[in-house]
Design a protein around this ligand. Structure first.
Ligand code: ADP
Ligand code: MG
Length: 293
């Protein structure tokens, strides 16, 4: 049977292809080609399936059926194509607060866990909208889940306890998830404010979480005067760095490139071979250039 590739993207964790296989349109992820090998293929697929089961139990809508298998030494994961992702919808001029509310409703079960054992990566490109405006969470690799006694927070998973704790705070804890979500929306620059986001949280999740989020958001560096915030930049707070970067960036020019660079430099999994000091120096230089513009 024929396989026509409709589009293909290479991300940090996968080679993602949208394919017409003659029976329908599917999305196929070849997981982390650089890091997957014969020793971990079955682990990669098993933990992904486990994570999906946990998400599903918490009511998170997923693209199904999801097939995980091994082919020519590669870990392959397939799901049906379920529609455009929400980042593309926003960038196409179709941003709506109702979509934000629906995403929060989709994540509700994860956000209401008493002791979080399941995480979620709440960036807009990880959610798609189907033909009846239904939402799907599509990014189930790397898994974010307690697997046996271990928390899986990244791939390859860090061994350093401090990094694991930080990632749990950012991707499993409800306030950390809402923080990333707030950033993902403000990053799109479509005119939505923090207050709009808080209203959506209130509508989708209720007063208590909204009040907690409101208090938490006021502690962020982007609530300070720029020079004061600049003095407090720290690699232990990658979100603070990214949020301040967002506040400094003009809406034109190389916004996307700048933000991607700040994202990489501030990441706990920075892809560059630089010391912490070199990363911080680069971040400050990039930001200062914006302040002086
Ligand atoms: N089932 C799916 N239906 C439609 N689009 C999808 C689907 N799975 C992935 N995508 C698209 O591919 C992109 C990358 O996939 P994702 O699973 O988020 O991997 P990663 O972020 O690790 O590269 C998504 O942002 C989305 O645009
Ligand atoms: Mg993704």
């Amino acid at each position: 049977m024929g396989r026509e590739i409709i589009w293909q993207i290479e991300s940090n964790y996968a080679l993602v292809s949208c394919i017409n296989n003659g029976r329908g349109i599917i999305v196929e992820k070849e997981i982390a080609p650089k890091d997957v090998n014969i020793t971990n293929i079955s682990w990669v697929n098993e933990v992904s399936i486990f994570f999906r089961e946990k998400l599903s139990k918490l009511g998170v809508p997923l693209a199904s059926p999801y097939l995980c298998f091994e082919k020519d030494g590669k870990a392959i994961q397939q799901s049906p194509y379920v529609g455009l992702d929400i980042e593309k919808i926003f960038q196409g001029g179709k941003a709506e607060l109702l979509i934000i509310e629906k995403m929060l409703t989709a994540m509700k079960g994860v956000l209401e866990q008493k002791t979080p054992e399941v995480g979620i990566d709440a960036r807009l490109s990880n959610f798609c909208i189907g033909p009846n405006n239904e939402i799907y969470y599509v990014d189930t690799f790397p898994p974010l889940v307690k697997y046996g006694e271990k928390y899986i927070v990244h791939f390859p998973n860090p061994t350093n306890q401090k990094t694991i704790q930080e990632e749990l705070k950012r991707k499993f804890d409800p306030m950390g998830i809402l923080r990333r979500f707030r950033f993902a929306i403000l990053e799109q620059n479509v005119g939505f404010t923090e207050n709009d986001i808080l209203c959506c949280i209130h509508n989708a999740l209720g007063y208590e979480l909204a009040a907690k989020a409101k208090n938490f958001f006021t502690t962020f560096l982007d609530h300070l005067e720029v020079n004061d915030a600049f003095d407090q930049l720290n690699l232990n707070d990658p979100d603070g760095i990214r949020e301040l970067a967002l506040k400094l960036i003009p809406s034109n020019g190389d916004r996307k490139i700048f933000l991607k660079e700040i994202f990489n430099l501030s990441s706990n999994f920075c892809p560059y071979n630089l010391t912490k000091k070199e990363r911080m120096d680069k971040i400050k230089i990039l930001m200062q250039a914006q302040i002086c513009v």
